[in-house]
Design a binder for this molecule. Structure first.
Ligand code: ATP
Length: 305
């Protein structure tokens, strides 16, 4: 990718009537990551993904994908594959028909790969899509997306309708594709526990704005839980940005944003924090945020045209 970014937004906003579904969103997600997009219902995840794949038009700002291609442009459509929520496929068509449609609609199409993949999965080409299980439908949708040989694969809640086994199989298939093809993946999910296993980059959205964004390793290394005497807690919370503050009469448990070295305080214990715990803590505390670098310029069209 020329600019080395999978998704780049500047001042991106989308308004439906009087509701801002997304506002002042400035992101620069490097290529080559598996990115988990998390947020409560209505946070703006689908809106962000729809803008990125060119299914919706921005009200403000702009979005570029797969190395600087304007979202929705033909260059972007060639480089980006999208798996929509609940794998929207034509239920009356056979799997073979879906493959033919994919071939007809895409300039780049790896038919052999798609057929081999479905064969390996034991999904019969003659079967109607509507007669497949939810897990099989998701696998067909993923197969169609991968047959495009995309640089960026975007998935909107791919796990939502799947049971735990199908969910596991789907994520394994996705991870295999990522390691074989070296593509960038962005997927939204409510299954926060899943993120830890598969994502190396995370974006948390709240109320249409980016709340947390960064590499998982850096985010986890940059947060710690500090446990110590409650009477000293205020001095600690003045020192570090606090994500979660839990106190009893005697003890305080503080989840703070700071590196390990700075978090070594006399009389206090320091514990690492897992990604799931970290993401949930941010989601419960929308006023806390962890964004890289200087705060983005509000409403500015900062991306080079
Ligand atoms: P969920 O997790 O429930 O899928 P989400 O994070 O994907 O939610 P969005 O679907 O992007 O959230 O919605 C963000 C906000 O925009 C919500 O307040 C929603 O009601 C509103 N919204 C989304 N699409 C439309 C639309 N087509 N018309 C009007 N409002 C919309």
């Amino acid at each position: 990718m020329s600019s080395g970014l999978a998704i780049e937004t500047a001042g991106l906003g989308k308004r439906y009537g009087r509701t801002w579904a997304l506002r002042d969103c400035s992101l620069a997600v490097p290529a080559g990551h598996v990115v988990g997009l998390v947020g409560a219902n209505g946070a703006g995840k689908t809106t962000l993904l729809s803008l990125a794949v060119g299914l919706a038009r921005a009200t403000t700002g702009q979005v570029r994908v797969a190395g600087g291609r304007p979202a929705g442009s033909s260059a972007a459509l060639d480089a980006v594959a999208f798996v929509a929520q609940e794998a929207a496929l034509y239920r009356n068509l056979s799997v073979a028909d879906m493959l033919r449609m994919g071939r007809a609609m895409n300039r780049c199409w790896d038919a052999d790969r798609a057929q081999n993949r479905l064969k390996e999965l034991g999904i019969p080409l003659a079967k109607k899509v509507g007669a497949l299980s939810g897990g099989q439908r998701s696998q067909v949708a993923l197969t169609l997306a991968l047959a495009k040989r995309p640089e960026l694969l975007v998935l909107d809640e791919p796990l939502a309708a799947l049971d735990p086994v199908a969910r596991h199989d789907f994520m394994s298939a996705l991870m295999t594709a990522v390691s074989e093809d070296g593509i960038s993946v962005v997927f939204s999910s409510h299954v926060v526990a899943e993120l830890e296993r598969v994502c190396d980059y995370v974006v948390v959205v709240h109320g249409g704005q980016i709340q947390v964004c960064g590499e998982v390793e850096e985010l986890v290394a940059g947060h710690h839980v500090l446990t110590g005497p409650a009477e000293q807690a205020d001095s600690v919370t003045q020192r570090f940005p606090v994500v979660r503050d839990r106190r009893t009469a005697a003890q305080a448990h503080l989840l703070v944003r700071t590196a390990a070295a700075e978090a070594a305080l006399p009389g206090w214990q320091r514990h690492p924090v897992g990604l799931e715990e970290l993401v949930l803590a941010y989601m419960r505390e929308p006023s806390a945020s962890a964004l890289p670098g200087p705060k983005p310029l509000h409403g500015e069209q900062a991306v080079h045209e």
